[in-house]
Every structure is written in C-alpha cells, then in structure tokens.
Design a binder for this molecule. Structure first.
Ligand SMILES: Cc1cc2nc3c(=O)[nH]c(=O)nc-3n(C[C@H](O)[C@H](O)[C@H](O)COP(=O)(O)OP(=O)(O)OC[C@H]3O[C@@H](n4cnc5c(N)ncnc54)[C@H](O)[C@@H]3O)c2cc1C
Length: 443
C-alpha cells in the first residue's frame, strides 16, 4: 500500500446490496469506513415475496449488519435514518450529531413508484421492506379469517380477491407463491370456504409479462401462472384504486380489499430533497466511474444511480448494485492513491424469475431455460447469495417442508388481533389501528 495513504474516512449510507459490498471491499484497505443504515439488518429482497406468502420467516432473509462487519477492523456502524447531508462541508447528520467524511458512497436504494394513480399510495400494499412483507402476510391471512365468518357473499368474494398490479419479476413471483399458499395450505385450513370464490388477478399494462426477458420465457411465465389458476390480464392499466375496488382504464371495476402494487420503482426521493441532479425514475446521473459530476468525492451506486451501458440505463438489480459497490470502493482507493479511476462495466451473469415450486425461467447469456432445471438454478443461486449459514439452513428447511409436505410452516397473523383492536382491512387502515412501533410503513 502506498505510503501516501492517510487513513481517509469513507462514509457509506445504505447497507443494501451495493453499500454492503462497498464496505466489504474497503475493509481490505487501511481506510476508516463508517456504514449508516436506518435498520440494523440487511434485507435479502429477492426472497421478500416468500415472507409475504408465508413461506419464510422474516429473520430468514435478514442479517444483522454488526455481525457482517465485526471482522472488519476499521469499520463502524451507526443505525440512523439519514435525513440531511451537508455536501459543501462534507458532513452527514446522524442521530443529532454530525460525521465528517473525505469520501461518500450513496446507496439508499429506491421506493415504490405509483405513477400518480389516484389511491395507489393510500390503498395498496407494497413489497419493498420486511415490514411491508409482514403487513401483506397479515392482510392475506386476515382476509381468509374474515371471509369464513362472512354471511354477505358479495363481501366474502371481495375479501377473497387478491389483485397484483404489475407483471414484472416481483409481481410474477408473488402471484405464483400466493397461488400455492392459497390452493395448498389455506385450502386445507379453511375447508368450509368455497374456493371457487378465491381469485388472484395479475394486471399488466403492457402486452407481456417480465419485460426484458426473451418472448419465449415471458410466454412460459404467463402459461405457468394460468395453469396455477392466476387470472393474468394484459393491456390492463389501472386508473384508480379505492378502499374497496380497483378500476381499470377500460372501465372494468374489480371489487377487492387487497391490492399489491409491484408496478414500478423510483430512485430514493432524498436525492431530490438534497438537490442532487436526477433524471427519469428519480435516479442520479453520474460519470462512468460512478462519481457525481461536480463532487469527485461522492459516488452513487445501486438503484439510486442512473448509469448507462450501450445507451441504455442499467436495470435496478441486486447484481448491478453489488458490482457498483465494488467499483465505487475501488475507485475511491485509486483516487486516494492518485491513480486514475476505472469506468464501471456491468457483467450480466443472467436473470431469473421463479413461478411457484418446481418452475422458473432463466436467461443466462445465450442460454434460455424454463421449468424444473431453471428452478434448480434459481434455488441454488439464491442459497449461495443469501448471507449467513443459519439463514441458509432455515431457508432450506422451510423450502423442503413446503416442497415435500405442500405445507407452509408460518401462517401467523402478527401482532395479535386484539393488540390491533381488529384486523387490518386495507393499508389505509393500518396507521390508525397499529402504533408506528408495531408496524412501520415505508415512505
Ligand atoms: C421484492 C423484490 C424482489 C427483488 N428481486 C430481485 C432479484 O431476484 N434479483 C435482483 O437482482 N434484484 C432483485 N430486486 C432488486 C434489488 O433488491 C435491488 O436492485 C437492490 O436491492 C438495490 O440495491 P441498493 O444497494 O441500491 O439498495 P437496497 O438494497 O434497497 O438498500 C438500500 C439501503 O439503504 C437504507 N436506507 C434507505 N434510506 C435510508 C436513510 N434515509 N438513511 C439510512 N439508510 C437508508 C435501507 O434501509 C437499505 O438497507 C428485488 C427487489 C424487490 C423489492
């Protein structure tokens, strides 16, 4: 290491896929790293939908940040929701005091994008955080508990109609998992219910599912979901959502109390609040080396950054964020050493989407596979990527239980109904019925 190295301080905001990888990379060098996140855990978002579908426990897909960094000597962690950064004086405000930095990595991710659809933010359920996944699980299970006691058939049907808006990867994966939860364990649990009244509807505005995948894989995903009794509706943009209905642009009204919004994501709004430049989707444009224009000491990574390759913006994916975390950290070290930085290049190792147990689609370079083989690839890769031996072990146990017994281990409504006064009816009811300490709603 160069003698000129002066132990500079690097602050990383966000312990997501990008931020965590940046910290891991920086740990190899004699620099002081400060990691800040609003949570004390890292969330493995690719399996979030399985928490919402009662397939995995929340703690199976979360990992304590302090456990990850405890073997790094010059790395510190602060749990704090950052609201203010003084870019001119290079200071981050946390928990009422400031931390100065020589270099800053911004990796605060993205939020749900509602495209100004009236009622969407108020009445739909999101799937971006662990709290939201638990809230959605509660809602689905509560709807069944209420439906079995409901004499009014129209209301019962509304309770048993689940509408997913957005046929991207998250919408497709959740639709498959929900179909299996309902047609398997819940059918056994709620024998008195007439399951012909249960409907899962997947609404997609475009003409195919999982945009960006080859046509053959999109068609496979659609066919597979239809076999699982998911009602897939293409060309179905939503115009309004109320407490009791979804209205489509073509005038159709679908009575439901559970709408899951997976239609889009948007760069974290703090970027705009901090007056950083933003482009489409609220993402921050950067130089090819991920450095902020006018601020060579600031690097932006992951969902928050707008980086292009061959004229197209890179997708909001964990794999992109991880690789950018490494590149940003390495470029900071190069800058400290006085070596010119290296532009970011994304190595696309493939994308995949699972559709219930036993089937998936995988696009791995020129190789496109579907069905059981794709599902095995998906399964293996997610197990490898999941952090922590304990998490891997519990995920394997839960998957095996589900696979061999067609049974979900976790079907609890938490917190208990009497602590909520009554069960949740729509997302808009939650803040009035639950204290913020019980369930936190994502902005
Ligand atoms: C349901 C779901 C499924 C997905 N499935 C896949 C998949 O299968 N494969 C794939 O490649 N990608 C998938 N993604 C996308 C992937 O999760 C993101 O692209 C990736 O997480 C982006 O990484 P990031 O580091 O930019 O942000 P994130 O991983 O979102 O991390 C952002 C971090 O910033 C923290 N933070 C935010 N605001 C503040 C603040 N004000 N102060 C302090 N900390 C803050 C958050 O707590 C979080 O830890 C999925 C996403 C979702 C929501």
């Amino acid at each position: 290491m160069s003698k000129n190295f002066k132990n500079p301080r690097i602050v990383v905001i966000g312990a997501g896929f990008g931020g965590l990888q940046a910290v891991r990379t920086l740990a190899k060098y004699p620099v002081e790293t400060i990691l800040i996140d609003r949570n004390n855990y890292h969330t493995f978002t690719p399996l979030l939908y399985q928490v919402a579908a009662a397939e995995l426990e929340p703690e199976d897909i979360a990992f304590p940040i302090r456990s990850i960094i405890r073997r790094f000597h010059h790395t510190h962690f602060f749990m704090s929701k950052v609201e203010h950064v003084d870019f001119e004086n290079r200071k981050v405000e946390i928990n009422g005091h400031t931390v100065s930095y020589d270099y800053l990595i911004l990796g605060i991710g993205s939020v749900t994008q509602y495209f100004n659809v009236p009622g969407a933010a108020e009445y739909t359920f999101s799937l971006k955080t662990i709290e939201q996944a638990i809230t959605l699980r509660n809602q689905i299970l509560s709807c069944f508990e209420r439906a079995i006691d409901e004499q009014d058939l129209e209301h019962q049907r509304r309770l048993l109609t689940f509408v997913i808006v957005g046929g991207g990867a998250t919408g497709v994966e959740f639709a498959g998992a929900l179909a299996e939860l309902i047609r398997g364990p819940l059918r056994k649990d709620f024998k008195q219910l007439d399951f012909r009244n249960v409907r899962i509807i997947l609404l997609e505005a475009a003409d195919s599912l999982i945009a960006g995948f080859p046509d053959r894989l999109s068609a496979y995903a659609q066919k597979r979901l239809q076999q699982m009794k998911v009602n897939v509706q293409m060309h179905s943009p939503v115009s309004e959502i109320t407490k009791k209905n979804v209205r489509l642009k073509n005038g159709t009204v679908i009575p439901t109390e559970t709408v899951i919004w997976t239609a889009g994501v948007y760069g974290h709004p703090l970027a705009q609040l901090w007056q950083l430049p933003t482009v489409r989707n609220g993402r921050v444009p950067v130089l090819p080396n991920l450095q902020l224009v006018d601020h060579p000491e600031i690097f932006v990574i992951g969902d928050l950054v707008h980086a292009e390759e061959n004229g197209f913006p890179l997708p909001m994916l964990a794999s992109v964020a991880v690789q950018q975390g490494v590149r940003a950290a390495q470029n900071i070290v190069r800058q400290i050493k006085g070596i010119s930085s290296v532009p970011f290049r994304y190595r696309n190792l493939g994308t995949m989407v699972t559709i219930g147990c036993n089937s998936a689609v995988a696009s791995l370079g020129k190789l496109n596979i579907t069905g059981f083989s794709a599902w095995i690839v998906w399964l293996s890769l997610h197990l490898v990527k999941l952090i922590g031996f304990r998490n891997k072990l519990f995920v394997i146990i839960n998957w095996a239980w589900d696979y061999f017994f067609y049974e979900r281990a976790i079907r609890l409504i938490l917190p208990a109904a009497d602590s909520m006064n009554s069960v949740i009816s729509t997302k808009a009811d939650i803040p009035t019925r639950l204290s913020q300490s019980q369930i936190k709603i994502e902005e």
